[in-house]
Design a protein around this ligand. Structure first.
Ligand code: T4K
Length: 408
């Protein structure tokens, strides 16, 4: 692993890759396999596979007490959970969201013909900038969706103050934020509702899955109906609904994962520490810090590249890492406003999103999770240190067309 001494040893220029097997950003965290299989075996014996089965109800209860909220409504994924929460909250017209997020946040609105109005972020925290929110409000605005990007809480107080003063609803996309706190309180109880993802790539997974956390009894009840076609009894449909249910196998995985969550987070923390010390002092590389004094799940290792200081561009570093089989990601490049259909609808949106454009052009997310060892993290850091130490030479050779590999 690693130990490159010359440019020719870089896989990008024909050397052997540092890693035999690819290192992924989103390798799933999996609890003890025998416990998952035991739960699945019991489920098969019970012949109850979905539709509010015992495992889903147990998962919802465990999650609600973990988050300190009255209700958790488990769903088939976070995108559908966002769609249902948005509809149950009665959002319509225009809703303020950051463009710097996974495209699902915007799609969940547009899917129901609500206009996502893209708001800029704070370049240091990568979360929606409350000072910019106010400038985006119009008479058609009905709500704000903050995203706790990388598990770092938004400025929830400032957003709540704006929402209250302007009569708007406030919810959060907390897809990244299970196990993170804000003002010492677990993320999950801020705003009217918070949406978690349990996709395979998240700190806790249910293969695919999501949940809405809320303290609002009526809202929870409405979402329970909406995720089950609007059925309020065997033959009684009282709302428009969809099929947003979590199945029992997903909940089995989630329950085992919940028990193992402290272990997953501890492994992430160790990797995060290894990245922090391994990248300390590397010119042009800044590791995004977690919030001081708050709990984090450390699930995302995010670095921002300053091309001038590092000598090579973000994309050149990504190409170099991919050639070494380090499958680092450019989340959330290029920003939702530059993806379809938003890019066609609002071709000039970028003019109001200078920090989004800058951050989306600088960020790399590095591999972590229980499938990545601290030795591997140290090898990735050594590669990055070498790449930056020879940054201008790497860039020059790439600009002259010297690469032998391609990321795509
Ligand atoms: N809001 C936010 C802020 C989000 O970040 C997301 C999802 C959502 C909402 C919506 O949540 P869900 O509806 O998905 O519950 C991945 C995930 O698919 C997506 O869930 C996640 N955010 C996003 C940040 O990352 P891709 O397109 O990058 O996935 P993919 O297939 O490239 O996988 C990422 C890496 O993980 C690859 O290197 C392969 C590895 N991997 C992936 C899977 C699925 C594995 O090693 N094993 C696996 O099983 O979106």
């Amino acid at each position: 692993m690693s130990g490159k001494r010359s440019l020719d040893e870089l896989a990008l220029f024909g050397g052997d890759p540092s890693f035999g097997e690819p290192l992924h950003v989103g390798r799933p965290n999996i609890g003890p396999k025998e416990l998952v299989l035991e739960r699945l075996s019991e489920m098969l014996d019970r012949r109850w596979l979905t539709n509010a089965g015992p495992l889903v109800r147990e998962f919802e209860g465990r999650l609600a007490s973990y988050l300190g909220v009255r209700h958790c409504v488990a769903m088939c994924n976070a995108t559908v959970a966002l769609e249902i929460a948005i509809r149950a909250l009665g959002l319509e017209g225009e809703v303020i969201v950051p463009s710097y997020t996974f495209v699902a946040t915007a799609h969940a609105l547009q899917w129901q013909e609500i206009t996502p109005v893209f708001c800029d972020i704070d370049p240091l925290t990568h979360t929606i900038d409350p000072l910019r929110v106010e400038a985006m409000l119009t008479p058609r605005t009905t709500g704000i969706i903050g995203v706790h990007t990388w598990g770092r809480a938004c400025d929830v107080e400032a957003l709540a103050e704006i929402a209250c003063r302007r009569g708007l609803r406030l919810m959060f996309d907390a897809a990244h934020a299970l196990g993170c706190t804000c003002h010492g309180r677990r993320i999950g109880s801020f705003g009217q509702a918070e949406v978690f993802s349990f996709h395979a790539t998240k700190v806790l997974n249910t293969f695919e899955g999501g949940a809405v956390a809320t303290n609002d009894d009526d809202l929870a009840n409405k979402m329970r109906l909406m995720k089950n076609f609007g059925f309020a009894g065997y033959d009684k449909v009282i709302y428009i609904g969809t099929n947003g249910k979590m199945n029992e196998a997903a909940a089995a995985m989630g329950l085992v994962g919940l028990d193992a969550l402290p272990h997953f987070i501890e492994r992430n923390r160790q990797n995060h520490d290894a990245y922090r010390s391994g990248l300390a002092g590397v010119p042009g590389i800044r590791l995004l810090k977690q919030l001081e004094g708050e709990d984090s799940n450390f699930h995302y290792v995010v670095i921002a590249i300053d091309q001038e200081a590092a000598g090579l561009s973000r994309d050149q570093l990504v190409d170099l890492l991919w050639a070494e089989r380090v499958l680092a990601r450019r989340y959330f490049f290029p920003g939702c406003h530059r993806m379809e259909p938003y890019r066609s609808y609002y071709p000039h949106a970028g003019l109001l999103l200078p920090h989004t454009e800058e951050v989306a052009g600088r960020v790399i997310v590095l591999p972590t999770g229980t499938a990545v060892s601290t030795d591997e993290v140290e090898a990735v850091c050594a590669l990055i240190r070498f790449a930056v130490a020879r940054g201008r030479d790497v860039a020059q050779r790439l600009n002259a067309g010297g690469s032998v590999t391609s990321r795509h």
